[in-house]
Design a protein around this ligand. Structure first.
Ligand SMILES: Cc1cc2nc3c(=O)[nH]c(=O)nc-3n(C[C@@H](O)[C@@H](O)[C@H](O)COP(=O)(O)OP(=O)(O)OC[C@H]3O[C@@H](n4cnc5c(N)ncnc54)[C@H](O)[C@@H]3O)c2cc1C
Ligand SMILES: *[C@@H]1O[C@H](CO)[C@@H](O)[C@H](O)[C@H]1NC(C)=O
Ligand SMILES: *[C@@H]1O[C@H](CO)[C@@H](O)[C@H](O)[C@H]1NC(C)=O
Ligand SMILES: *[C@@H]1O[C@H](CO)[C@@H](O)[C@H](O)[C@H]1NC(C)=O
Ligand SMILES: *[C@@H]1O[C@H](CO)[C@@H](O)[C@H](O)[C@H]1NC(C)=O
Ligand SMILES: *[C@@H]1O[C@H](CO)[C@@H](O)[C@H](O)[C@H]1NC(C)=O
Length: 484
């Protein structure tokens, strides 16, 4: 079975125009076909230089292992993105910016000599509008601070029943029904309605949180996340989260441990213990990578991991993922206030959740009259559900309808203009209640170490950089290192 699936990947590789023509599958990886300078031999090859891949590369390097990171973009950092205003050099973080106060975070930033401090100023008072019509919405449910605290205390007590979730998606077997019931049912069961609006506002990119399985809500709103929500998050003191990645990038480049603008064309992950081979297309031609182990740190959606010599088991697991499109941009000439966020609210929906696809909110970006806008699609099986142009046009339409409906509040300032726009699709890979019940996460975790391959990244833990570093450091890398 393994050989058959492996053959499929290799044939695909042979058809790829970027790859050296080879007479048959076994010779595609033939070292004789590469110049010596195009053969890279390392302990570990890492695919993906985002949050989890970069952390893992630095940690392995610090533990004396040689690595090569293969990143498709011209920079590392993944969802950490910072717009630098060309006129003033002012950084505006528009991706990852808040972290938990836990040792792995403190140590990682200290290693790069980057100071952290307490979070501040990233939430403003909210004005609510229906973005379909531009009309103001009065929220139907506005719990008090005391009610919100009490609901979070109850939620924390419930999540604490599963202490192994702190370390990863480690579930009791069989999986308790409570973990795959819709989160909306869990909310009613424990009477924690007062926590729902905050939970929604901090968990964009999954659509209606009441419809997702409770476990999927637990993954993002972890016990650690509740603690930071209550006691405060950390942010970089320079309010420039990308500095972490430009320092990591400089270090990885100078030790020949990074291939940017590069992608795996085909892979042979071998039998257990044999080592792996990759043909990687890079701006300097194809490279042959020979490594003892492979660490995959990209979203395991079938269309994205197709060239990675998948087994039938991997293909069947990854085919189950559902995710959402999530987008962030900076826009000017909106006439929106610089001291409040404008939030999308449904006039008649439960908890006034907005209709999607649509913009979630516009928030002052902290420079000039720039507004940071977030946009999301509902969950689907498509990795890239909407074209960027479609989303940008819908956002501009929203700005205009808000202005038109509220001329006394948001004066038109001419045509809204894009300063920056970034797609974060596919975001927040999740599975259905049925799949959770049938042991999806146990089967997923059983992939660790098989066929010389380890896995990290959000699909294996949570959309949470701090917790991904902890999971990589404490769960994945020890097994990987022991196997070298
Ligand atoms: C807008 C936004 C804001 C967020 N804010 C926060 C926050 O404040 N705090 C927090 O903790 N978390 C935040 N998150 C969640 C974020 O931390 C995680 O989603 C995290 O980035 C996931 O890490 P990862 O390594 O799995 O994926 P990523 O960071 O996305 O990294 C994947 C990397 O792989 C690369 N790649 C993809 N395909 C290929 C391929 N075929 N070959 C080679 N490379 C490839 C990508 O270019 C990328 O660099 C935010 C997410 C978003 C989208
Ligand atoms: C396939 O490639 C191998 C190694 O290069 C070679 O020995 C073998 O003869 C080739 N087989 C065919 C059918 O071309
Ligand atoms: C952050 O807040 C904590 C607790 O309120 C405090 O002890 C700490 O000194 C603060 N850190 C910084 C850098 O301001
Ligand atoms: C919202 O509340 C305000 C103040 O009570 C009221 O004037 C306004 O008409 C309400 N708007 C809607 C859409 O209900
Ligand atoms: C922010 O970080 C980027 C990337 O490291 C860097 O180019 C820029 O100079 C930094 N700006 C400030 C003000 O820290
Ligand atoms: C924002 O500024 C406007 C205009 O100065 C003022 O009327 C309004 O009360 C302010 N809103 C908040 C939430 O501070």
């Amino acid at each position: 079975m393994y050989r058959i699936s492996s053959f499929v990947a290799l044939s695909a590789c042979l058809l790829a125009p970027t790859v050296v023509a080879a007479s048959n599958s076994s010779s595609a990886f033939d070292q004789g076909k590469f110049q010596p300078q195009d053969i890279i031999t390392r302990d570990v090859a890492i695919i993906g230089g985002g949050s989890a891949g970069t952390y893992s590369a630095i940690s392995l390097k610090d533990k004396g292992k040689s690595v090569i990171v293969i990143e498709k973009k011209d920079r590392i950092g993944g969802h950490t993105e910072t717009y630098i205003d060309p006129a003033t050099g002012t950084p505006i973080d528009e991706g990852v910016m808040i972290f938990h106060d836990i040792p792995v975070v403190q140590d990682y930033f200290k290693r790069f000599d980057l100071p952290l401090d307490n979070s501040s100023g990233f939430f403003h008072s909210l004005l609510n509008y229906d973005f379909r019509t531009g009309k103001q919405v009065n929220l139907s449910f506005t719990p008090s601070e005391a009610e919100i605290s009490a609901a979070f205390a109850t939620y924390s007590a419930q999540i604490s029943k599963y202490p192994k979730l702190d370390d990863g998606i480690f579930l009791p077997d069989p999986v308790p029904e409570e973990l795959y019931m819709p989160f909306g049912d869990f909310v009613k069961k424990y009477g924690i309605q007062a926590a729902v609006p905050s939970m929604y506002n901090y968990n964009p990119g999954v659509g209606n949180i009441l419809d997702i399985p409770t476990l999927e809500q637990f993954r993002y709103w972890s016990l650690q996340f509740v603690q930071s929500f209550t006691n405060g998050f950390l942010m970089t003191a320079h309010r420039n989260a990308s500095e972490l990645y430009s320092k990591a990038q400089a270090e990885l480049s100078s030790s020949s441990s990074l291939l940017l603008e590069s992608q795996v064309a085909c892979a042979d992950r071998g039998e257990d213990g044999e080592g792996i081979k990759l043909i990687v297309s890079t701006p300097k031609g194809n490279k042959l990578i020979l490594a003892k182990k492979l660490l995959i740190a990209i979203p395991p959606k079938l269309d994205i991991v197709a060239p990675l010599d998948l087994s039938n088991n991997e293909r069947s697991l990854f085919g189950k993922y559902i995710d959402a499109g999530y987008y962030v941009g900076i826009i000017k000439n909106t006439g929106f206030p610089n001291n409040a966020s404008i939030s999308n609210a449904g006039p008649n929906t439960e908890y006034n959740f907005p209709y999607l696809p649509g913009a979630y909110s516009f928030a002052p970006a902290g420079l000039d009259s720039y507004q940071m806008v977030t946009y999301a699609t509902p969950q689907s099986r498509k990795s890239f559900p909407l074209a960027d142009q479609t989303i940008k046009a819908d956002i501009v339409r929203t700005v205009k309808s808000l202005q038109k409906q509220n001329p006394d509040k948001f004066a038109s300032q001419g045509e809204p203009e894009w300063v920056d726009f970034r797609s974060h699709a596919p975001y927040s890979l999740q599975v259905t209640a049925e799949d959770i019940k049938n042991g999806f996460y146990k089967k997923l975790y059983a992939l660790q170490g098989q066929r010389n391959t380890y896995w990290t990244g959000a699909a294996f833990m949570a959309e949470d950089s701090s917790l991904l570093w902890k999971y990589s450091e404490e769960i994945v890398l020890p097994q990987l290192i022991a196997s070298l």
